[in-house]
Design a binder for this molecule. Structure first.
Ligand SMILES: CC(=O)N[C@H]1[C@@H](OP(=O)(O)OP(=O)(O)OC[C@H]2O[C@@H](n3ccc(=O)[nH]c3=O)[C@H](O)[C@@H]2O)O[C@H](CO)[C@@H](O)[C@@H]1O[C@H](C)C(=O)N[C@@H](C)C(=O)N[C@H](CCC(=O)O)C(=O)O
Ligand SMILES: Nc1ncnc2c1ncn2[C@@H]1O[C@H](COP(=O)(O)OP(=O)(O)OP(=O)(O)O)[C@@H](O)[C@H]1O
Length: 487
């Protein structure tokens, strides 16, 4: 049994009603999960206020309620802990409850608009091949060494993070690589974690539905670096215009990486093709199977982190050449008749621009670049015309289609994207609502050596329409269609 006062260590308490010497079982912030002797944390959310569920939580057996405002009627058998911010309190309690597991391994957080999944997954892969026990908390999967767990969020809530870190402690994981999203930072999901290092990849427009302005989005990301301790490192992409800004107030030791600016970790791109990249990293040549300039940044970040964690240089570079591409991130497939297919998770204007520029750098001008792209529903609407403009400018043919419309009307999302397509690009742009049909049209249009880029969903194996998820896998579908068409 755990005693309440033990999990309250370092929680900023405003007032207490009842005893802190009571035994507790679990902590939950959802009243529906509460059983006898659990602690209920009343979070003020985006769509609901947890304070409205205090009564339900107590009815389900909660013997402790953590809240920002005390209910008008308190029950004598229940302990009420009033705090300033329930999400902050939850993060501190989660860490106490699981015995501060982030202190028992080296935790590296990677933040930025694009590249988080790629960098964390490659670090996991590299450290595994070096023989370490490794953890990964990413958008695609959570890994406790070799064991996989599904995940819905990029950065889970603080209770979930701490429970996986505890499991990592139990199996002797030494390094954990974790994606840190802006929602995660804003909602204190990573508060109180003992980070050995933080990495900033880049910043461009995204998530304005949540953060409202770009400045607010940027400053939330910066908070992650403000919270790093002086024993850790902060590594930033100095070629990004916000790269140095991120490190302005950090106490951690600071390092830079980049292609254009002189800094601690440098990469030169020597050759690029659909087979990979030849790079010179800090004076040593290395071949990698990754495509695209942006992956030179990702690989350099991986090298720099391994170096900062004092993994031997030579092993790093040998390892870089053996790393395998990450699912749905510029995933390349060649059909039996020589049509190139690229499936990529680019769902922001900046990511779409990067993948299209990268592809144009590699392709010869006689080949067509056919882009199939859409935008998700119920998310940042301002990026839609921007993505239409970019797709039109940088492709030879564009098929606008649905991504995950969620609860929105798919055709009105496509209309928003169409608004950004510039007049000179209209004639090469088609709109086809069904993603399956859009991919099929791209397959019919493509000839040998042409390139079909299917952007937006990457590794996802579903499509969400009208709030219902059904099976949908871009790569699987395009392969099947090309086979059916004998292409
Ligand atoms: C906008 C957002 O981030 N929402 C997250 C937030 O939910 P919320 O604050 O809106 O919760 P709410 O529904 O208002 O409910 C308030 C409280 O009442 C409680 N409740 C509710 C009903 C009830 O009967 N009883 C009860 O106790 C809820 O459990 C909650 O504690 O807190 C929840 C718990 O941590 C998250 O699951 C939820 O993520 C939703 C599902 C989500 O989709 N989030 C996305 C936008 C997100 O976080 N994405 C980022 C970035 C991804 C990227 O970079 O692309 C990520 O890290 O994944
Ligand atoms: N370093 C980078 N710079 C710019 N674009 C990148 C970079 N790395 C990857 N991308 C592009 O962004 C897409 C998403 O990459 P990745 O999943 O690694 O990013 P992420 O930060 O984890 O995004 P999300 O949180 O949305 O999953 C890739 O499919 C690719 O198109």
């Amino acid at each position: 049994m755990i005693v309440l006062k033990d999990i309250l260590y370092k929680v900023a308490i405003e007032s207490v009603k009842g005893s802190t010497a009571v035994d507790i079982k679990k902590i939950h912030f959802d009243s529906r999960l509460i059983s006898a002797q659990d602690v209920f944390v009343a979070i003020k959310g985006e769509t609901a206020d947890g304070h409205a569920f205090i009564e339900a939580a107590v009815a389900n057996g909660a013997n402790v309620v953590v809240c920002e405002e005390l209910p008008s009627e308190v029950i004598p058998e229940v302990s009420y802990i009033q705090v300033k911010d329930c999400r902050e309190a939850l993060a501190v309690m989660a860490s106490n409850y699981y015995d501060n597991p982030s202190a028992n391994l080296k935790l590296i957080g990677v933040t930025g608009t694009n590249g988080k999944t790629t960098v964390t997954s490659l670090l996991y892969q590299m450290f595994k091949t070096l023989g370490y026990k490794v953890g990964l908390i990413s958008t695609v999967v959570i890994k406790v060494d070799d064991k996989d767990y599904p995940t819905k969020l990029t950065t889970p809530d603080s209770l979930t993070i701490n429970s996986y870190l505890k499991e990592m402690n139990e199996v002797g994981v030494e390094f954990c690589f974790m994606e840190v999203s802006s929602h995660g930072i804003a909602q204190h999901r990573t508060l109180g974690l003992n980070f050995e290092g933080g990495v900033f990849t880049n910043l461009s427009q995204d998530h304005l539905d949540y953060h409202k302005t770009f400045a607010k989005y940027r400053d939330v990301k910066k908070r992650f670096f403000d919270q790093l301790s002086k024993k850790g490192f902060a590594l930033t992409n100095v070629d990004d215009k916000n790269g140095n800004y991120m490190l302005q107030n950090t106490k951690a030791k600071t390092f830079g990486y980049g292609v254009k600016n002189l800094t601690d970790y440098k990469v030169k791109i020597l050759e690029k093709s659909f087979s990979g990249l030849k790079l010179n990293i800090n004076g040593t040549e290395v071949w990698s199977r990754f495509i695209g300039d942006f992956n030179a940044y990702n690989l350099l970040a991986v090298y720099a982190v391994a170096d900062l964690l004092e993994v031997k240089d030579i092993e790093n570079l040998q390892n870089l050449s053996q790393l395998k591409p990450v699912e749905g991130r510029y995933q390349h497939h060649m059909s039996s008749t020589g049509i190139h297919v690229i499936v990529d998770y680019a769902h922001t204007p900046d990511a779409l621009q990067n993948v299209l520029q990268t592809t144009n750098d590699i392709r010869s001008r006689s080949e067509e670049l056919i882009t199939v792209v859409g935008c998700g529903g119920d998310r940042d609407t301002t990026k839609r015309p921007l993505m239409g403009k970019i797709a039109g400018n940088l492709s030879t043919k564009v098929i606008l289609t649905s991504d995950n419309p969620r609860t929105e009307d798919p055709d009105s999302i496509i209309k928003d994207i169409e608004k950004g397509v510039e007049p000179q690009d209209v004639s090469k742009t088609l709109s086809i609502t069904s993603r399956q049909q859009a991919i099929k049209t791209a397959c019919i249009l493509a000839q040998q050596r042409d390139i079909i880029l299917i952007a937006g969903k990457g590794h996802e194996t579903y499509q969400e329409i009208n709030g219902i998820r059904s099976d949908f896998d871009d790569l699987k579908i395009v392969k099947e269609l090309l086979d059916q068409l004998n292409k």
